[in-house]
Structures are given as structure tokens and as C-alpha cells.
Design a protein around this ligand. Structure first.
Ligand SMILES: Cc1cc2nc3c(=O)[nH]c(=O)nc-3n(C[C@H](O)[C@H](O)[C@H](O)COP(=O)(O)O)c2cc1C
Length: 245
């Protein structure tokens, strides 16, 4: 083990922060660490918007199901998949950009994930904590209008950052054998392994919530996946010029 791996394995989302501000030099350092993530075909398709204005943070909080840390965290970053500057790059060479490909949506969205993960890990290495906010997609069209994002740019998720005012346990992950297969996709043992894992997750929630929550992983997933998953996403993304072909 080394310190990088130890840091990665100690990750847990932080949702309560002290009021200590994060110096802007540190925010910029984190963003530069994010930029160093691998990027498909050097496309660099992630733009981060730092939102400080309280009235906008309040509206983002409302859009994200009222999660208070969206308005209360010292720093809030909105990660956007951005194919706008690629249009500019093509214009600079009088090239007709072909856009709307699902492949471009995938690579731009992946870029955001990789960039953001570098940011949160860099933050954690400095004693900060954070939490991704996918819930901004609950009302993505409102968020898009609020921030006035142009065509070919869409908000993938937000991220709260700050100095932790809580010290939660790390959340147990699936057994290695479930996620690491050798040579082929053999999931014959998965049901047994997931049942055992379910008990670990149940125990984790019991301890963390003083017994008020004791869902297993498979229960949580089956509760979630019987509901529609933000069906407004496809028309929204298409309206922004993504996933058209
Ligand atoms: C893309 C993405 C979106 C997420 N959205 C939210 C969110 O809206 N609210 C929240 O409290 N946590 C959110 N999370 C955090 C996950 O719930 C959390 O990472 C997961 O439960 C594992 O817990 P851990 O990060 O503490 O290990 C999100 C995580 C990711 C990667």
C-alpha cells in the first residue's frame, strides 16, 4: 500500500462542512489537478463553473431536491460537458463540425467524470471533503437556464467542497470477485456474494444511522430501479445538441 492508494480507499462523501472558506488559490489548484486527468482524444471537454452567488446557490439547492449542502458548502462547482469550444476550434480552421453524435456525448460526459474525480481526490489529499450532486439533473432544464449555458454544453453534475464537519465511515463496496472477472463474464457466484455483501451494507447503515436505516445494497438498488430514471434527460440533451445520431 502507498499513500495514494490509502487516500483513495479512505474516500467518503462529505455533506456537512465547517464555515472555513477554501482559499481561491486552492480551488484553482484543484481545477488544474482536474485538468490533468486523461481526456479522450485530447478533447478536454469539461468546463467547470464555480457558483458563489447565494441567490443562484439557493435555486440550485431547490433544483437538487433541497439538499442543503448545495447552498451551504463553501465551494460549489458545476461540471459541464462542453463541445462548444470544439465548434470554435473547427471555425478557426474553416472546418464544418459534425456534431450530435452519441460518441461525442459519451466522451464529453466521461471527461467530466474523470476531471471531477481528480478534483475530489486532490481536495481530499488537502484535508477537504466533498460530495457529487447528480440531483441537479432533477431539474436540468431549469439549471441550464439559470446558468445560461449555450448550445453543446450541458451540466453533468455539481460538487460541494469544504472542510469536513463530519467524519463518516467509508461505505463498503461490492466484493472484488463481483467487479473483477477473469477472462470472461462469469457471474455464477454473484447472487451469493451480493447476499453476503447486503449484510455488510445493512450493518453499515445501522451503525451510521443509529438503527433508523438498515437497507441492504440490493434492496436500495431494486427500490431505485423500479422507478423511471429522469426520462426528461433525453429530450433535454437533444435540445442541447447531444445524442442526435
Ligand atoms: C455522479 C454522482 C452523483 C451523485 N449525486 C449525489 C447527490 O445528488 N446527493 C448526494 O448526497 N450524493 C450524491 N452522490 C454521492 C453518492 O451517493 C456516494 O458517492 C455513494 O453513495 C457512495 O458513498 P461514498 O461516496 O461516501 O463512498 C453522487 C455521486 C456521484 C458519483
Amino acid at each position: 500500500m502507498n499513500t495514494v492508494i490509502e487516500l483513495l480507499k479512505s474516500h467518503r462523501s462529505i455533506r456537512k462542512f465547517t464555515s472555513d472558506p477554501i482559499p481561491q488559490e486552492i480551488v484553482e489548484e484543484l481545477i488544474q489537478a482536474g485538468q490533468c486527468a486523461a481526456t479522450s482524444s485530447f478533447i478536454q471537454a469539461c468546463t467547470v463553473i464555480q457558483i458563489t452567488e447565494p441567490a443562484i446557490r439557493e435555486k440550485l439547492c431547490e433544483a437538487a431536491a433541497g439538499q442543503l449542502y448545495v447552498k451551504e458548502s463553501p465551494v460549489f462547482l458545476l461540471f459541464c460537458a462542453d463541445m462548444q469550444r470544439h465548434q470554435l476550434a473547427c471555425d478557426m480552421h474553416d472546418a464544418d463540425m459534425l456534431s450530435g453524435f452519441t460518441e461525442q456525448f459519451l466522451t464529453a460526459s466521461l471527461d467530466c467524470g474523470l476531471f471531477a474525480q481528480n478534483v475530489i481526490i486532490a481536495a481530499e489529499s488537502l484535508g477537504l471533503g466533498g460530495c457529487y450532486i447528480g440531483a441537479i439533473r432533477n431539474k436540468i432544464a431549469e439549471v441550464d437556464q439559470l446558468i445560461v449555458l449555450p448550445d453543446k454544453v450541458y451540466p453533468v453534475f455539481g460538487m460541494c467542497l469544504g472542510y469536513p464537519a463530519q467524519d463518516p465511515e467509508t461505505k463498503p463496496r461490492l466484493p472484488l470477485e463481483v467487479v473483477l472477472k477473469q477472462e470472461n463474464y462469469d457471474n455464477g457466484g454473484d447472487r451469493r456474494l451480493i447476499s453476503a455483501y447486503d449484510e455488510r451494507v445493512r450493518e453499515y447503515y445501522r451503525t451510521r444511522t443509529g438503527g433508523t436505516k438498515d437497507n441492504s445494497w440490493s434492496e436500495q438498488i431494486s427500490d431505485m430501479l423500479v422507478k423511471e430514471a429522469r426520462p426528461h434527460m433525453l429530450p433535454f440533451l437533444q435540445s442541447k445538441g447531444f445524442i442526435l445520431k
